[in-house]
Each structure stands twice: as structure tokens, then as C-alpha cells.
Ligand binder design. Structure first.
Ligand code: HSE
Length: 411
């Protein structure tokens, strides 16, 4: 018999307990052996819960118990999660985590620690909630040379944008609803400002391209500035504004990871991903592209991914080599954001098409002027941020303001 411990009994940790108790017989059959819940570490008291007798407030009894072979880390945050996870791995106990902040900040160290102690550090639940994406990347798709990954990786912001467009709900009401449903982070700033999606694209980039990508290296922009007006006008032009986390490998061999609101063409499947759902599109030389889709946040969807990792960890007796990356990424690995180019959706104060064209180049057929005299259009040219600023400055000299602009995700 193996025993497991759960670190942190919040939304995800309590989901692991609940789903395990519900499906224990199935899970044990799939593990090929008996599995018992041994400990739940949390600083809070849960006197009314059926498993209150398993609660501990220190990591020590878990580390000292040789029957504990697997640990689910669902605490969130870097510390004390990092210290506890490292101690577990050093004691030869495999860890499954839902904690993307931990993996994005310390994944390289924890993978090396797991390897040194012949156990495993798995993190399927850290990206995309219920969606299997980590394992497919390093197993099913392992024969591919990857060229790009693009996804909707934050359920809270997708939920908010969706409520804004479909129900005309204001930003704060939609955020409060996401928090009530257990989708948002403890501090929802991480969702709204794009930090959560940033951590997730760091993890996918590290896995796909083989060197650790730290959040500081990723150009990250959230959805706080997105106005309902642009969501609606963009939809009128045939685009959906989505928070897109993306990494592309450039011709010079460097990678360019970004997180920002983008105008997604409606024939791109990512534009159809609504509510708390996440989706990840992976491009590789063998597959062309494949897409993964499912619930990206919430108690049981995330718990499902944690338990899936735990089941595999119980079955393994050694570190597996594939789910790893070797080195920290250096400057010659990650391209500067100035190299990012895309066509742009633009909203201006003027319908003076010759002036707009003189600044932005051809602006295509999808140009619409609103009743209040504003104009929205999509540029024909792919532009970087400096080129957009230069065009805006040219218009400003003529008294025309650029009110909003979003890069377009074509496919
Ligand atoms: N706050 C995250 C989200 C939770 O909304 O996607 C899942 O990582």
C-alpha cells in the first residue's frame, strides 16, 4: 500500500481529497495497488470535515513517514511550497503540483532535485486545469520540432471577457463572479494583469524548447485596460478580443514568449473558446497543429489533473527522463519584444481614411466608423510596437488620437 499527503486544503486541495474519496476504487485499480490518504497539511482547522483526523500543521510527519510515496502540492505561491516540495523530493517522495507560480519560478531546480533522488516532479495541473497538455507535449508529441504554442490559459480573464461581450456585464461584477466560482487566484491581480497566464506560457515554453523560461523574460500585459467598446467593435469586424499567451520560435532560432490581449480572427478556433474554458494550440513539424480544450480552472477539473499525475507517480519506480528541461534560458535564447510584429486592430478619433492610411499603411476593407465619429480598422501591415507608436505620433500631429490598438492573431 502507498500513502499520499495533500499540502494545502483550499479549492484544489479539497478537490483532490473529494475526487479521491469519490473514485478511490477506480483510482486504486488504475494505480495497480492500494492507495490511502495519509495526511492533509493546512494551517487552518477543518473540524467538521470527515478527514479532520488527518490534518497536520507541519511537514515533518509527512517527511518522516516512509509509507508516503506521493505528495500533492496545492498550496499556491513560491514559499513555503518550494521548501516543502524540495524536502519531499529529497526524501524520495514524488510530488504532483497545481502550483504554476512554483513551477515557473523553480521548475528547473525541482526537476533536478527529483532526478537526483530518483523520484518525479509532475505538474500537469499547473497549465490548463483539466486539459492534458504537459504529458502530450513530452510524450505523444515528443517526435516534433515545435514552432509555436498559443493558448487561452487563464479561465478567469476569459470568463470576464466573455461576460462583458455576451451579457454586457461590467468588469468588477464579472470578476466577483469568477472569484465566487473558485476560478480566480487568491489575489486576482495575477489573473487580471496576465501574470498567471505568463507563468503558464513559461512552463509550456520551457518544456517545448528545453530551457527554463522565467516570468521576467516574458512581455506581459493583462486585460484591465480592455474596454467594452473595443470588445464590441472588434466583434463587429469579425474578431474576438482574448488574452492570448503565446510563444513562437523565430527564424534566428530564438523564442519570443508573450501574454497580451489580441484580436483573434473568428475562423481561428481560439476565438470560440468561451467562459472558464482554456485551449492550447500547438504547432510542430510532424503535426502541423493540434488543439487541446477543456475547463481551465475550478476545483474538480484541476484536482483531476493532480490525481492523474499522482496515479502515474505511484506506478513509477524511477525518474522519467522526458518531462524535464536542462538549463536556464539566457539572452541568446529569448528574443526582445521589439521583434514582435502583427497586424493591428486600431480605434481612432477620426474617419479621415487618407490620414489613417498615410500613418498605418493600407487599412483593408474592414473599416467601420461609429456614430460618435470614431473609426476602427485592421492594418494590412504587420507592425511592431515602435511602428505603432510612430504611426500614432504622425496622427497626433494632425489632431487625431489612437484610442486603442490590439495585435491580431491570424491563425
Ligand atoms: N486563476 C486561474 C485561472 C486558475 O483563472 O485560470 C487556474 O490556473
Amino acid at each position: 500500500m502507498d500513502k499520499f499527503a495533500v499540502l494545502g486544503c483550499g479549492v484544489v486541495g479539497s478537490g483532490v481529497v473529494e475526487l479521491f474519496l469519490k473514485n478511490k476504487a477506480l483510482i486504486e485499480k488504475r494505480c495497480g495497488k492500494a492507495l490511502e490518504m495519509g495526511y492533509i497539511l493546512d494551517l487552518r482547522d477543518f473540524p467538521d470535515r470527515p478527514y479532520a483526523d488527518l490534518l497536520v500543521k507541519s511537514i515533518d510527519p509527512i517527511l518522516a513517514d516512509p509509507e508516503v510515496t506521493v505528495v500533492a502540492e496545492c498550496m499556491g505561491g513560491v514559499e513555503p511550497a518550494f521548501t516543502f516540495v524540495k524536502q519531499c523530493l529529497e526524501a524520495g517522495k514524488s510530488v504532483a503540483t497545481s502550483n504554476k507560480e512554483l513551477v515557473a519560478a523553480k521548475g528547473d531546480i525541482l526537476l533536478a532535485t527529483a532526478k537526483a533522488h530518483d523520484c518525479n516532479f509532475f505538474f500537469e495541473a499547473s497549465v490548463g486545469g483539466a486539459i492534458p497538455i504537459i504529458r502530450p507535449l513530452h510524450k505523444c508529441l515528443a517526435a516534433n520540432d515545435f514552432s509555436a504554442i498559443a493558448g487561452i490559459l487563464n479561465g478567469t480573464t476569459n470568463f470576464i471577457l466573455n461576460k462583458m461581450i455576451k451579457e454586457n456585464m461590467d468588469f468588477s461584477t464579472a470578476l466577483a463572479l469568477a472569484q465566487e466560482k473558485g476560478y480566480a487566484e487568491k489575489d486576482p491581480t495575477a489573473d487580471v494583469e496576465g501574470h498567471d497566464a505568463c507563468r503558464k506560457i513559461c512552463i509550456l515554453s520551457s518544456l517545448a524548447f528545453g530551457k527554463h523560461v522565467y516570468p521576467e523574460s516574458v512581455h506581459t500585459q493583462g486585460i484591465r485596460e480592455v474596454e467594452l467598446k473595443d470588445v464590441e467593435l472588434c466583434a463587429g469586424l469579425g474578431y474576438a478580443i482574448k488574452l492570448i499567451a503565446r510563444v513562437q520560435r523565430l527564424e534566428n532560432g530564438k523564442i519570443l514568449p508573450t501574454v497580451m490581449p489580441m484580436a483573434v480572427e473568428e475562423d481561428n478556433l481560439l476565438s470560440q473558446v468561451n467562459g472558464v474554458y482554456n485551449a492550447v494550440m500547438v504547432r510542430g513539424d510532424g503535426i502541423s497543429k493540434v488543439m487541446f480544450y477543456g475547463r481551465g480552472a475550478g476545483k474538480l477539473p484541476t484536482a483531476s489533473a493532480v490525481l492523474g499525475d499522482m496515479i502515474e507517480e505511484v506506478q513509477l519506480s524511477h525518474t522519467i527522463p522526458s518531462q524535464t528541461w536542462v538549463n536556464a534560458g539566457t539572452d541568446d535564447f529569448i528574443e526582445d519584444f521589439s521583434a514582435f510584429t502583427a497586424k493591428r486592430y486600431v480605434r481612432t478619433t477620426s474617419a479621415d481614411v487618407p490620414a489613417l492610411t498615410a500613418a498605418f499603411g493600407e487599412i483593408g476593407e474592414r473599416t467601420v466608423s461609429t456614430e460618435d465619429g470614431e473609426t476602427v480598422f485592421v492594418t494590412e501591415n504587420a507592425m511592431n510596437a515602435a511602428a505603432v507608436d510612430a504611426a500614432a505620433a504622425k496622427l497626433a500631429a494632425q489632431g487625431i488620437q489612437v484610442l486603442a490598438q490590439y495585435p491580431v492573431l491570424v491563425s
